[in-house]
Design a protein around this ligand. Structure first.
Ligand code: PLP
Length: 401
């Protein structure tokens, strides 16, 4: 503000201390910039920034320094050219589908064993708008190729590790196959995290994360990201200026902080999940354990190849023999350490009943078709001591008749 000292107290109270240039020093940790808009010394410069002819920020929904720092970090972790942040994982999935060209008259091919809200977004909202959605078991390349050849879908949407059955998808092969038919490949990499696998290295087109999960990691941030080429990022940004699902600077700051401990947390979570899965396999009340690290998992060898030595993920699911909904609720209620909470990827160990939580909005028939049974429980391993987690599961299972 010019000539601030000459102004009235009311005016000085509003403007004092603001818009001080940073000079040449650089804060070691990225600051939070909550400003909604940005000031330029001249209208000419503001105009150039609006046009994208001059570097700089204009309005928070378009982009801001803290969010940009977080986007740069995620692009680096996913080995992508650029990243666009969103206010939730669902906002990111929605924008990625639009950016990839999904419109009335186009076809999307996907799998039923997906996060429930993604299924509903496609099967209800996009279908109502004239998009055709084809569902196929993507672990069967023959079935997928038949659909690709017949329907020429614009997009193939998959999850690296599926939710909640932990199927592992052969992304390198599927990307090659899909591209032969001109189909773009969108990968929700939330369950694997960038620590286990980078789909863009295997020539996929868009990678999505709900950063609400592993990336932020502490159960206190909601957000999403799409990582892709610089050109696609431009399109995603244009879309999000209109859709309005911008990530807030405070959330971006927390999530950027989360990136720093991501590999340490995921390493512990993978080790804990592997121990829990092995222990459950031996338990007489457990009918089946879904964990890619178990040698009897249908895609165990594929998971070894894709994830190399980085681990098999912090997520697993299991079925309690003969358990109906009442028995599952009793089991969940008697847990003392593990938290029954509808999220994942946190430092806390979390349990969830897919039929009444993540896949609640699917009909009973849709769940049955996806193989999601009443007795299925999902665990997101936290970073506590694995002996304590197992002791808690043991006492809760012992309480079941
Ligand atoms: C695999 C996966 N993708 C996307 C989402 C949606 O993310 P958000 O809740 O941040 O919108 C979730 C949420 O649980 C998820 O599990």
């Amino acid at each position: 503000m010019k000539n601030l000292g000459k102004r009235a107290f009311l005016t000085r109270a509003v403007h004092a201390g603001e818009r001080v240039p940073l000079g040449k020093h650089t804060p070691v940790a990225t600051p939070i910039h909550p400003s909604v808009s940005y000031f330029y010394e001249s209208m000419k410069n503001l105009d150039a920034a609006f046009e994208g002819k001059q570097e700089g920020y204009v309005y928070l929904r378009y982009g801001s320094p803290t969010v940009a720092a977080f986007e740069a970090a995620v692009a680096e972790l996913e080995r992508g050219e650029a990243c666009q942040a969103f206010s939730s994982g669902m906002a990111a999935i929605h924008a990625a589908l639009l950016a990839a060209g999904v419109r009335a008259g186009t076809t999307v091919v996907t799998t039923l064993d997906l996060y429930g809200a993604t299924t509903i977004l496609l099967q209800r909202l996009f279908t109502e708008m004239g998009v055709t959605v084809q569902v196929v078991d993507v672990t069967d390349p023959g079935a997928l190729e038949a659909i690709l050849a017949d329907k020429r879908p614009i997009v193939l949407l998959i999850e690296t590790i599926s939710n909640p059955l932990m199927k592992v998808v052969d992304i390198p092969s599927l990307a090659t196959l899909a591209h032969q038919y001109g189909t773009k490949v969108l990968v929700d990499n939330t369950f694997a995290s960038p620590c286990l696998f980078n789909p863009l290295v295997h020539h996929t087109d868009y990678v999505i994360h709900s950063i609400t999960k592993y990336i932020a990691g502490h159960g206190d941030v909601m957000g999403g990201v799409v990582i892709s080429s610089a050109e696609n990022r431009k399109r995603l940004n244009e879309l999000n200026r209109l859709l309005g699902g911008a990530l807030g600077p405070f959330e971006a700051w927390l999530a950027l902080r989360g990136c720093k401990t991501l590999p340490l947390r995921v390493r512990e979570q993978c080790a804990n999940a592997a121990r829990i899965a092995e222990w459950l396999t031996e338990h007489p009340k457990i009918k089946r354990v879904n964990y890619p690290g178990l040698p009897n998992h249908p895609q165990h060898e594929l998971a070894r190849r894709l994830f190399e030595r980085r681990g098999f993920g912090g997520m697993l699911s299991f079925e309690i023999a003969g358990a109906d909904r009442a028995a599952i609720f009793r089991f969940m209620d008697s847990l003392e350490l593990c938290l029954p909470a509808p999220t994942m990827g946190d430092i806390y160990t979390l349990v969830l009943h897919p039929a009444t939580a993540s896949h609640r909005s699917l009909s009973a028939e849709e769940r049955a078709r996806a193989g999601i049974r009443e007795g299925l429980v999902r665990i997101s391993a936290g970073i506590e001591d694995s002996d304590d987690i197992i002791a808690d599961l043991e006492q809760a299972l012992a309480g079941l008749a």
